[in-house]
Design a protein around this ligand. Structure first.
Ligand code: MRU
Length: 379
């Protein structure tokens, strides 16, 4: 089975329902932007690049069904712009969605102004650009994997290494292959990976449900730990699974390198620094947001308290897993207040390198990242 979070052909869109993983493989049809918005908001699809692509494609599907092509080009363009603005409201922290919407708006607004273009041409311009995002994301991820693996291999030439990752950044969070998990896939393919460690990633468990699922699927030697075990793992001095790097994804990288990613990332960067382990962020250039100057400008999404106070999963009687019988159990004292930020921001000073599809960026002589090269990816 190929791990595919997004299945698209003109004009049909299906997403792998990530709420049912790792126990059930079920694809949901997405028939329009409202469906896309709901799938993103309720986490059936998630991960910064995947969110952007699903949003864009959900509107592509709707445009075909709605036959907007019979309308005047400027009306089609205005309709698309309005729908893109709506889709951007689904989740606030990851920049990829806002960036994709901005680019797509520019494309349809230009297409509407071309002499001789009718509504059909505007719809086509939109759908072609949205479909291209799916294709480009996979090739970008493979390049990120290659550059990241080469950088890590230089830390321990000739040795097999251990790497720790957080949240899910793989085929399920992207169009395929993945960013941080793409680096792990490349290390494994090169024969350089001794073992990958993945955190459970509380409270939503993207690590134990999704990353662990991908690692088992690809037969990559891997071990699951709880978030609270990371420092103890780095403290181990044994040679066998020695962790040389922590590699994570990103939802938004500010112009100075401050990086918003899944809650728990920041504490991993602190423990990496303490233990002399390299800390790397893997993300396409589109995740680098030059308009956001520092962490102070990043909006952090807060999620419902139920994600912390309840656990959901199939019934297990100790022997048989009843995948169709989902149970919800309470795991916290009723009445307790909850703070549930979905992301945190890791200061640039704790990051050793940012891996993009063009290579690994390290800090310059003044100890600061120069990320201006990412500008081109936003045009
Ligand atoms: O809340 P989620 O599951 O969408 O958060 C995902 C993450 O934080 C990922 O690490 C990030 O989006 C990078 S995905 C390649």
């Amino acid at each position: 089975m190929v791990l595919e979070a997004i299945r698209y052909k003109p004009y049909s869109l299906q997403i792998l329902n990530q709420l049912k993983l790792p126990h059930q493989i079920e694809y949901d049809d997405i028939t329009g932007s409202e469906d896309g918005w709901n799938a993103i908001r309720d986490m059936r699809t998630r991960g910064a690049p995947a969110i952007a692509i699903v949003a864009a494609l959900s509107l592509a599907v709707e445009l075909h069904v709605g036959k907007s092509s019979d309308n005047a080009p400027e009306d089609v363009s205005a309709y698309i712009v309005e729908k893109l603005d709506y889709l951007v409201t689904s989740r606030p922290t990851a920049v990829n969605l806002a960036d994709a919407a901005r680019k797509l708006k520019k494309i349809v607004e230009s297409a509407a102004k071309v002499d001789g273009n009718d509504g059909t041409a505007v719809v086509k311009a939109y759908c072609d650009a949205a479909a291209q995002m799916l294709i480009s994301d996979v090739s970008d991820n493979k390049a990120i994997g290659k550059y990241g693996a080469e950088w890590i291999e230089k830390l321990a030439p000739g040795e097999q290494v251990g790497v720790l990752t957080h949240c899910n950044t793989g085929s399920l969070a992207t169009a395929g292959y993945g960013t941080a998990l793409g680096v792990i896939r490349s290390l494994h393919a090169n024969g350089s990976l001794k073992r990958a460690f993945c955190t459970e990633t509380r409270p939503y468990n993207q690590g134990s449900r999704l990353t662990a699922f991908e690692l088992v699927h690809d037969k990559i030697p891997a071990t699951l730990i709880t978030d609270s075990m990371a420092s103890a793992l780095l403290q181990l001095k044994g040679p066998s699974d020695r962790i040389v790097a922590i590699v994570v994804g990103a939802d938004r990288v500010a112009a100075n390198g401050d990086t918003a990613n899944k809650i728990g990332t920041y504490q991993l960067a602190i423990t990496a620094k303490h233990h002399g382990v390299k800390f790397l962020v893997a993300a396409p250039r589109t995740t680098i947001d030059l308009q956001t100057k520092t962490d102070a400008d990043i909006i952090i999404e807060e999620r419902p308290s139920t994600e912390m106070k309840r656990m959901k999963g199939p019934r297990f009687d100790g022997e048989v897993l009843e995948v169709n019988q989902v149970e919800v159990v309470s795991i916290a004292a009723e009445g307790i207040d909850v703070w549930n930020p979905a992301f945190d921001v890791t200061p640039a000073e704790l990051i050793d390198g940012i891996i993009t599809e063009l290579g690994v960026v390290e800090k310059g002589e003044k100890g600061a990242f120069d990320l201006t090269f990412a500008m081109e990816a936003h045009n």
